[in-house]
Design a binder for this molecule. Structure first.
Ligand code: B12
Length: 313
């Protein structure tokens, strides 16, 4: 008879997740301290929500009382298409080429939770994809999914770092996996490649210098010293992951249609986007992560990149 753990894992894989692992729910003492240090240095920029619920982030039992296991899933979103650098065109991070992953992963995890609760009456479970007070990368490492690389993204040894993460906190006691080991070695390609010097130390990101933060989360004007190094990125950035040898060697195309690039997203025409109206923005990005920056933010980003091009020419 298969154990509950084996059945949970088989279900997760049948739902289309690329990898699944399990960690014991316990306080994250060292990482809670690192999170505290990161916040006290101001590396969260204006993401004030990162500073709320610090205690919850440090201990899943404060999120789900009685939590005993954390089930972590990863889903590959790599599409086998390279970024293009062309005059008059910008670049969007590949995570935002297609549909919003929050919906896709949450819907699949919901099915897994439903099954888990039916099979184990009396147990409790909560699912998270990105937005909850859960340190997803740390749990991924503990559950054996992959290690947090020097660029601060989780790298799986099977398909590299182009994966999204999601978790189920459960009161069930499941068999845990071995934590993943770090395989970055002496490599520092990501640190050297970051156009804005956001990786201030190996494994430490100052969001205030990160193009992803500045083009997605940050509201208001952008420091021209940093903006001039945006390198064509108008929404998110992939540079640190593009140069990672693990991605070069192991990335393989996703089977999820939802992550396929929408028309015009691979090399967006900057003039067209500069003139985009609210109707077009809504229609083009319905159900896409790009809505997060709003039309105003997207246009600000495009202006940064166009100016950067102007000064270079
Ligand atoms: C806040 C946030 C951001 C911020 C800050 C990024 C960051 N590095 O944390 C910004 C807006 C910049 C961002 C950008 C992106 N994000 Co984001 N983000 C998050 C979020 C909500 C929280 C992450 C967090 O807790 N940060 C806090 C800091 C303290 O964590 P940390 O940087 O990992 O710090 C650790 C290390 O510094 C380590 N450390 C410190 N010192 C040392 C020293 C040594 C020697 C070692 C080994 C370790 C170490 O300890 C710290 C604590 O664990 C998570 C979802 C979640 N709830 O977890 C998604 C998440 C991390 N993001 C994700 C993605 C996809 C992205 C982007 C790739 C999107 C894009 N293409 O533009 C970029 C990547 C940029 C980058 N290089 O990190 C995915 C990552 C998937 C993966 N494979 O890892 C997540 C997990 C969302 C998801 N559910 O899939 N993100």
């Amino acid at each position: 008879m298969e154990t509950l753990t084996a059945r949970v894992k088989a279900r997760a894989l049948a739902l289309g997740f690329t990898k699944v692992g399990i960690a014991e729910a316990a306080p994250l003492e060292d990482h809670a301290l690192r999170l505290h240090e990161w916040l006290s240095r101001g590396y969260q920029g204006s993401m004030q929500w990162m500073g709320r619920n610090e205690e919850k982030r440090g201990d899943p039992r404060r999120v789900l009382p009685g939590c005993r296991s954390v089930i972590v899933v990863a889903m590959n979103y790599y599409t086998d298409i390279a970024h293009r650098e062309e005059a008059g065109k910008g670049r969007i991070s590949r995570y935002a080429w297609g549909d919003d992953y929050h919906d896709l992963l949450s819907n699949r995890l919901r099915l897994l939770v439903q099954w888990l609760l039916e099979e184990n009456p009396g147990s409790e479970a909560k699912l998270y994809v990105d937005t909850g007070p859960v340190m997803e990368k740390v749990w991924a490492e503990r559950a054996g999914i992959g290690w947090e690389g020097k660029h601060t993204n989780v790298i799986t040894p099977e398909v590299g770092s182009w994966v999204f993460l999601g978790e189920i906190l459960t009161t069930l006691s499941l068999e845990r996996d071995e934590p993943a080991a770090d395989h970055c070695g002496d490599c520092a390609l990501c640190i050297d490649a970051c156009p804005t010097g956001a990786l201030v130390e190996p494994y430490v990101l100052d969001s205030r210098r990160c193009i992803s933060y500045l083009t997605i989360e940050h509201k208001g004007p952008i420091d021209p010293e940093i903006g001039r190094n945006f390198d064509g990125w108008v929404y998110g950035c992939d540079t640190c992951q593009d140069v990672c040898p693990w991605n070069g060697k192991f990335a393989r195309p996703t089977v999820e249609e939802a992550f396929m690039p929408r028309d015009g997203n691979i090399a967006p025409d900057l003039q067209t986007w500069r003139n985009m109206g609210p109707e077009e923005f809504r229609a083009r990005f319905k159900g896409s992560p790009v809505t997060r920056t709003r039309l105003e933010g997207l246009k600000r980003n495009v202006r940064e990149v166009v100016q950067e091009g102007d000064t270079a020419s």
